[in-house]
Design a binder for this molecule. Sequence first.
Ligand code: SF4
Length: 694
Amino acid sequence: VIELGQPEHSVITTCAYCGVGCSFKAEMKGTTVVRMVPHKDGGANEGHSCVKGRFAWGYATHADRQTKPMVRDSIDEPWRVVSWEEAISFAAQRLMAVQAKYGRGSIGGITSSRCTNEEVYVVQKMIRAAFGNNNVDTCARVCHSPTGYGLKQTFGTSAGTQDFRSVDQADVILVIGANPTDGHPVFGSRMKKRLRQGAKLIVLDPRRIDLVRSPHVAATHHLQLQPGSNVAALNALAHVVVTEGLVARDFVTERCDPVEFTRWEAFIRDPRHSPEAVEEHTGIPAAELRAAARLYATGGNAAIYYGLGVTEHSQGSTAVMGMANLAMATGNIGRDGVGVNPLRGQNNVQGSCDMGSFPHELTGYRHVSDDVVRQQFEAVWNATLDSEPGLRIPNMFDAAVDGSFKGLFVQGEDIAQSDPNTQHVFAALRAMEIVVVQDLFLNETAAFAHVFLPGTSFLEKDGTFTNAERRINRVRPVMPSQTGKQEWEVVCELAAAMGYPMRYEHGSQIMDEIARLTPTFAGVSFAKLDRVGSVQWPCTDEDSVGTPIMHADGFVRGQGRFMITEYVPTPERASRFYPLILTTGRILSHYNVGAQTRRTANVAWHPEDILEIHAHDAEQRGIRDNDLVSIASRIGATTLRARISDRMPQGVVYTTFHHPVTGANVVTTDNSDWATNCPEYKVTAVQVTRSNHP
Ligand code: SF4
């Protein structure tokens, strides 16, 4: 709690950082925040918070905050502050001119996982109805798009299966490619509490995360795999389940597609998937992997929690399906204490996906080619919609470099810092004739923009966020918008200036439209959220408070579908010139690209990105603790400070991506998930040398 005086009133709102979605009471003196107190009735946090959330509000009033619209003819010119009318007219005229010259599909947009559901909804509506194409994508493309694909294929919907409370009933917790105590601290604490009560822990991760060994908590098995071998390891776990007679036959018979199961069982039984056969690829001792599989299958309620260490790989979607196979084969789905749970990174990444931000899906994950669904939207929106999926973010970049994609609207994302292969992203942005950025700060992407539309912080927003457990929380304004407008109003004005009027008096009307068009949100309204606190989708009628646990009586798709998960090694290999594998992640005190946390007190705890390196690898290179080191990949090079760390296995190095100067993505590659194009941030072959910089 930060004390700045005595509060006069308070407002309940939601943290704008990670996917836990903690509720806070903002205690106010006039329009000044006096302190932020975690809300004891918050459905996701029950009175807890972390350092990120507690200091979150500082950036809202930071001196770097931009509150006036700005335009410029070219990115080499200085910005001109203009009126809202001029900025919107400038953007609309440029976007329409590009379309007139290069075609309807030459522009598109990216929605933000930091914005509210309502703000995201109006952006994808503007793109589909005013731009006239489906060139809309979300930053989930670079994080959890494989979750969307993999869980939809197997279970029928792309969302975590459990509420957070469910972990209290887990007997075995399998954490894969996630670091909950840093990335999702309040949930990480809840998980630790359950572990202290005696639940067993299996960690599948190249790095020794805190959970592996921390006070009163120790993993029963730390499967320290080689980056890029998730699918081989998951297949080996499933192989043990099948060949040692540990399949939950009753569950599979009652709940799953028998033809697909038989096919999968024959596939996974093959000796090439055995722990012994994959030991060399995974680096995991076969006996350890066998023991972990037995524990998962026979230790009682077994729950999987996973993060970007699963999805950000060339086989991210395959790995998600591998986890779903494992859960179905052992009957660990559809009740308390089990499930397959993505730990979503950003506060509203679940919501941005739910709201139709993918180029192939309208709200609620309905395909744009579905005539019946599309006609419902056309009737309500009074627009003709394209039935062809649009471009994904990497396709937009490629098309920009090739000269066929010329205009982009970017809502609250810093693609120039967050997306892989920075040099390619810069080339794409430079090639565009109009880039419109809607954000709080002049971020790295704004350096390539022609129009800057100032956005609102979470303290000014009036809407909803959806957290990793599908919980829809209200975000309430605690102070007036510093720009004089809500972001959705600005988007509506831009759409109108392009000839497609979108009119709402209040954010609640946008949610009413979402509910009308989206069966899983049919029972959601601001009035209900204000009455009951929060609901978890699917929430299909007025009397329902939603669905904490999915697939309880049957899978959303009917029968659960086992999928074939052939292991295909990543094309990115270590070599004589690039002998180490770089993997990336987050740290407790920062959030994503750090645009917000670098402007709060959190920056003092982690002022720069650090490269963690094993003592042996450091010694071989003459590197000492705190030395500046150069990291070179086949793509590019950057400089970081080194920390010798016993968290790292030999041959693997690790860094975060919270600071733009060091730019970890200068070295990451273009490799991506085969199904969704999610970048392979987690495997980059690099060389590390002592830097000549002072
Ligand atoms: Fe909660 Fe996440 Fe915010 Fe921390 S950053 S307070 S865990 S929502």
